[in-house]
Design a protein around this ligand. Structure first.
Ligand SMILES: *Cc1c(COP(=O)(O)O)cnc(C)c1O
Length: 232
């Protein structure tokens, strides 16, 4: 093992400790929070070390990058998350390669996924991405668009609603908590609808800079890249 790889295991340990501290502060069980290692720009070899260090949920932003690294990881059991914007015409690449799409943001993409998964052995798990800060530069549906899209997912037999995801605006320090709190409220609202064909239990929010705040506000999944691998 090279220095660099030792480093990954140490960094994983640090993030696990950060998660445990935040969970303790929130009065939550750390077991109820899933760590997704974000592997964009990292080599397949680095991703291997991460999985070997116990991070068996892996998130990629671009489907091409996910497909490129996948052949090198087939012997290591892991769950693959697509966390970046998905173009409609790329939906066909997901079956057999992606376990969860965290970035569903339109009825058009949903229709393309429904078609792509029509012959697949299991439905695709999806999170609806919410543009909680109303930022023009970010994808995701507006908060008011969440329920209509959630209902459309529940009417799609080959796609299963699992929860919500967000990337809040970058703001200094604790201010981000307001966005996380809004997301948690939306999550609870959607959960309370008890829609058919859905298991709404995932609230994916929090990255290297802000995951402790996300955990304090109820995140059940965090997506961390920089803190696990170092700067990109
Ligand atoms: C890159 C990325 C992350 C991780 O960001 P870090 O700051 O490196 O932890 C999380 N979520 C999404 C959607 C990303 O694109």
């Amino acid at each position: 093992m090279t220095e660099r790889y030792c480093n990954i295991a140490e960094r994983v340990q640090k993030v696990r400790e950060g998660m445990a501290q935040a969970a303790l502060k929130a009065g939550r069980r750390v077991e109820d929070i899933t760590l997704v290692g974000v592997t964009k720009t990292r080599t397949a070899d680095e991703v291997r070390r991460l999985i070997e260090a116990g991070v068996d949920h892996i998130g990629e932003n671009r489907i091409q990058e996910l497909l490129d690294k996948r052949p090198f990881l087939t012997d290591l059991p892991h769950t693959a998350h697509m966390i970046g914007h998905l173009q409609r015409n790329k939906a066909k690449f997901l079956p057999g390669c992606v376990d969860m799409l965290q970035s569903l943001d339109s009825a058009e993409t949903l229709a393309a996924l429904e078609k792509a998964y029509a012959g697949a052995p299991a439905p695709l798990d999806v999170l609806i991405e919410v543009n909680i800060g109303g930022e023009a530069s970010k994808s995701g549906v507006a908060p008011a668009g969440v329920l209509p899209l959630a209902e459309a997912v529940c009417q799609s037999p080959h796609v299963r609603l699992r929860g919500l995801m967000a990337i809040p605006p970058f703001v200094e320090g604790e201010k981000v908590r307001g966005y996380f709190a809004q997301m948690h409220q939306l999550f609870v609202d959607i959960q309370s609808k008890k829609m058919d064909n859905s298991t709404v239990e995932v609230l994916s929010m929090g990255m290297s800079s802000d995951y402790p705040y996300a955990i304090l506000e109820g995140a059940t999944m965090i997506r961390v890249g920089t803190d696990l691998f170092g700067p990109r």
